[in-house]
Design a protein around this ligand. Structure first.
Ligand code: G6P
Length: 482
């Protein structure tokens, strides 16, 4: 391709292209009218400064059932939509991405489904994304490919545009080889990723899993940090993602948001202890174990509705997938049982909301919560844990954190770590958090706040892009404390 023909990113194309399954905008209703808004979330705020003002482009899917045309530019970022038709939504998005890769990469918590038709759709959609990038990128541009939906893009893109510098970051876990080797298409997936110059993961364990599999499956040589394959050098490393700490602190310091937090506590009946869970409603999040543990603590009398309440937000997600529908039914049944047995008139043990929550309301909930329960069975990072810490501006509050969340690597010295499969351990961790000595709680929270202040999402993006541009075979990443 003659890159001066690039259709977007100015006549010469975009010098930085971000490609992710989703665009950074979402279609929302305002006063009866649909319009595009920037999506909330760290990834968008991390990359907006680098992309704004014509410096870059974001390529992605506008979402399911969206009729409104995607604007060529929003908030200074050039956008390029990759639409999916109904069959691709079924086979690429719901199928291969979320019913094959998602469960396989999350410890096979649900049995992954292997369908050849889904794989064909995955190949063809990845090819379409790669073409869109190849058309949009300036000569010698930097391309940053995100997440499990697009693992074939680096290799396809390199074949079309060898002049590009290509980075890939996986937001979810990368499984140990015993699981990954089940994948009938393990070889093309690994080759796809090895098309990048730099492959980044949330934690060192995932990076090592990948390098080990790359040596075994495609015969790459080298260490966990540098692989040689197909006459090229590919660097591999851990880049733990974080949150927009400054923006969260600003919201959490806003008197209106703090007032809303006080109001939430009053609306809950001014209990001594507010516990909070905030998750996409996903079977990887371990919400049922958390509910069972809390239910048993009510049953044993350690918790009573005059003293404590759990607010559980389940953000609707992938509702067309039967695993997600069943998970929702299962959780709603559990909430019903626990509330039926332990609530009293006007006081519920569990307040369960199946809805998404606007950012200010979310921050107010974090401020209202004495105890945050983040207990996934497996999670690449879990940004809710870091958001809670960032919002606790008065350094109070306790975080119960699963040791199977990537966030535990950085927060393990100060969070109350738990194995979410161990119900007794989970109950003990919740008791510990509820009864935490205030001085100890503040000391722990201060330690965690230092970490999320130092390693915010902007630092994450800077570190990744700097490593992508570094020529040395040694990459320096955020230190992993173990
Ligand atoms: C996880 C994935 C993202 C994904 C998000 C929401 O965080 O790592 O790639 O976009 O979940 O899931 P959805 O299927 O709605 O895009």
């Amino acid at each position: 391709m003659d890159s001066s023909d690039a259709a977007s990113g100015g006549p010469a194309g975009a010098p930085l292209v971000v490609v992710a399954n989703r665009l950074p905008v979402r279609c929302v209703e305002h006063d009866g009218e649909m319009r595009w808004d920037l999506s909330p979330g760290g990834l968008v705020s991390a990359l907006t400064p680098a992309l704004a003002g014509g410096a870059g482009m974001w390529i992605g899917w506008p979402g399911d059932g969206v009729d409104l045309a995607v604007p060529a530019e929003h908030a200074g970022i050039e956008l390029r939509a990759v639409p999916l038709d109904d069959a691709e939504f079924e086979q690429f998005y719901l199928g291969f991405s979320n019913a094959t890769l998602w469960p396989l990469y999350h410890d096979a918590i649900r049995a992954p489904t292997f369908h050849r038709e889904w794989w064909y759709a995955y190949m063809s959609v990845n090819d379409r994304y790669a073409r869109a990038v190849a058309e949009a990128a300036a000569p010698g541009a930097t391309v940053w490919v995100h997440d499990y939906q697009l693992q074939l893009v680096p290799k396809i893109l390199r074949a079309m545009r060898p002049d590009l510098r290509i980075g890939f970051f996986l937001h979810i876990p990368f499984p140990p080889q015993e699981l990954f080797l089940q994948l009938p298409w393990r070889r093309p997936i690994i080759e796809g990723l090895l098309g990048a110059d730099l492959v980044g993961f949330q934690v060192q364990g995932a990076a090592s899993n990948f390098s080990r599999v790359a040596r075994r499956v495609v015969g790459a040589s080298g260490t966990d940090a540098v692989l040689d394959f197909d006459g090229r050098r590919v660097r591999v490393g851990a880049f733990p993602i974080s949150v927009d700490t400054t923006a969260l602190i600003k919201r959490a310091s806003d008197p209106a948001v703090q007032g809303r937090a006080r109001q939430i506590r009053e609306e809950l009946g001014s209990p001594d202890v507010v516990m909070l869970g905030v998750d996409r409603l996903d079977y990887t999040k371990g919400i049922d174990r958390r509910l069972i543990a809390v239910g048993e603590l009510f049953a044993e009398g350690f918790l009573s509705t005059s003293r404590a309440v759990l607010v559980q937000i389940g953000v609707p997600s992938r509702e067309e997938d039967p695993h997600y529908r069943r998970e929702r039914e299962h959780l709603e049944q559990l909430v019903g049982e626990i509330n039926g047995e332990h609530s009293s008139v006007g006081r519920s043990a569990i307040h369960y909301l199946y809805q998404s929550v606007e950012v200010d309301e979310l921050v107010a909930l974090y401020l209202a919560a004495d105890v945050m329960l983040v207990t996934p069975l497996r999670d690449g990072m879990n940004l809710v844990a870091k958001e809670y810490v960032a919002c606790r501006v008065d350094a109070t509050g306790a975080l119960v954190l699963s040791e199977f969340a990537g966030a535990a690597r950085e927060l393990r010295d100060a969070a109350i770590l738990v194995n979410p499969h161990d119900l007794d351990g989970l109950k003990q961790a919740i008791r510990h958090a509820v009864d935490l000595d205030p001085n100890e709680g503040t000391a722990r929270m201060r330690r965690m706040r230092r970490i999320v202040r130092r390693h915010d999402v902007q630092a994450w993006a800077r570190t990744f892009l700097a490593a992508l541009h570094a020529d040395s075979s040694h990459i320096s990443t955020t230190p992993d404390p173990g």
